[in-house]
Design a protein around this ligand. Structure first.
Ligand code: ADP
Ligand code: MG
Length: 405
């Protein structure tokens, strides 16, 4: 009997109705004789009682001086409440389950509180409990350091928990249940006619996730890719099959012509600031000075264009003031344009296609969107636009590449 890992995200667990859907998906898989391991996130989103962001706000409102180790202890409560709630609800449906914390499920991490890396997963206890329970519920987003402290895995951590556990258990598949019908050609909250993708390669979705498609965390996809565990991203609120994420050879089982697809999807990241530093006469090694300064202050940089006369790059809006200050301390004269967004066109098929940049420029120009900066790689073309142009840009590019079809 194969093992199936199901992961339910925050919105999938936030209301009584949503939880009924969760139970239905669990029941259906039990009817199919699956051994079931269910990974849960904290219930709900910011503002809802037990959501991770709510716990963070609680800490900020109550002294605002919680050390990182203790903050992780507090954050672990969100998933524990969620898992215990599910255990109780399953019991009332006559389904036996038990709850394991990240630590009990065997997640060993480093001790970087708030953003811990998984060092190892030893799922012996999970396998043991599967012998006496129909469902083993595991709290996502958390682990334990070698010295026994609770740790959390950072944003998207429950996705990572699910695929890492799926890999360790050699699961047949990992199902990521969320509030949309799978991975779509763009964020459906912005592009209304975005279309679910039936099958994507690990590389394609990793790329989309890195460029802002937050439907699944890129770390989670990388782990699944290394272990060759298929992932399905699907909706808690429907019976749809969602999107299968697998190796290209896995596509053979799915009857679609998508292997020839040119552009897979469009993604976006908002809230970035463009920093421009021009060389003034007499400023030696300007580029080196700029990027060394950023590194020394722990400011992550992206979208870097270096020219003989200077450097242009982006930082998160939240780092912008600091970036400007530390550059000025070096005697540089940076210019900052805040409130920008990075829009990415992603697809394995764009590699070397002549005229693609012309198509992008044409459609953005027709939509009245100014391109502030651009860059490209084998599989992605990025443009930087003003925040107020982002929605227009996404819709224009989505239409240009006929992704709604
Ligand atoms: P969960 O709580 O289930 O982890 P998330 O909010 O992390 O849910 O991820 C689901 C959300 O991802 C969707 O509601 C959608 O707005 C957003 N999203 C962004 N890009 C995409 C995309 N390309 N396809 C599907 N969803 C996307
Ligand atoms: Mg998520």
């Amino acid at each position: 009997m194969g093992i199936l890992v199901q992961k339910f995200g925050g919105t999938s667990l936030s209301t009584p109705e949503a939880r009924e859907h969760v139970i239905r998906h669990i029941q259906r898989e039990l009817d199919h004789q699956q051994q079931l391991v269910v990974v849960v996130s904290a219930m709900g989103r910011k503002g809802e009682p037990y959501a991770t962001d709510t716990l963070l706000q609680w800490a900020a409102d109550n002294g605002n001086s919680l050390p990182a180790r203790e903050r992780d202890l507090l954050l672990c409560c969100g998933e524990i409440i969620s898992a215990s709630t599910l255990c109780s609800l399953l019991g009332s449906e006559g389904i036996s389950s038990t709850v394991l914390t990240g630590a009990q499920a065997g997640f060993i991490t480093d001790d970087q509180f708030g953003n811990a890396r998984i060092v190892d997963v030893r799922p012996d206890r999970v396998l043991e409990e599967l012998k006496s329970h129909q469902v083993v519920i595991v709290t996502g987003f958390q682990g334990q350091s070698e010295s026994g402290d609770f740790t959390t895995l950072g944003r998207g951590g429950s996705d990572t928990s699910a695929t890492a556990l799926g890999a360790a258990l050699k699961a047949d598949v990992v199902d990521i249940y969320t509030d949309v019908d799978g991975i779509l050609t763009a964020d459906p909250r912005i592009v209304e006619d975005a279309k679910p993708l039936r099958v994507v390669s690990y590389a394609e979705i990793c790329n989309m996730a890195y460029h802002g498609a937050k439907v699944i965390h890129p770390r989670a996809v990388e782990i699944a890719m290394q272990a060759r565990v298929p992932v399905r991203v699907r909706s808690t609120f429907s019976e749809g099959e969602g999107t299968l994420v697998t190796h290209p050879e896995g596509f053979r089982d799915v009857q679609t012509g998508i292997l020839d697809r040119f552009v897979t999807g469009i993604a976006h990241v908002g809230g970035v600031t463009q920093i421009t530093v021009e060389s003034e006469s007499g400023t030696d090694n300007l580029q080196l000075k700029v990027f060394k300064t950023m590194a020394e202050h722990g400011i992550s940089v992206d979208f870097i264009n270096v020219t003989p006369s200077g450097a242009v790059y982006t930082v998160f809006d939240s780092d912008a003031d600091k970036a400007v200050t530390v550059l000025e301390q070096q005697g540089l004269v940076p210019k900052a344009l805040s409130g920008c967004a990075k829009v990415s066109v992603i697809g394995g098929g764009i590699n070397g296609v002549p005229g693609i940049m012309a198509q992008i420029v044409e459609s953005l120009t027709n939509a009245g969107v100014q391109i502030l900066q651009s860059a490209d790689s084998n599989t992605t073309i990025w443009v930087l636009v003003r925040k107020e142009d982002m929605v227009q840009a996404l819709r224009a590019l989505h239409a240009k590449f006929e992704l709604h079809r």
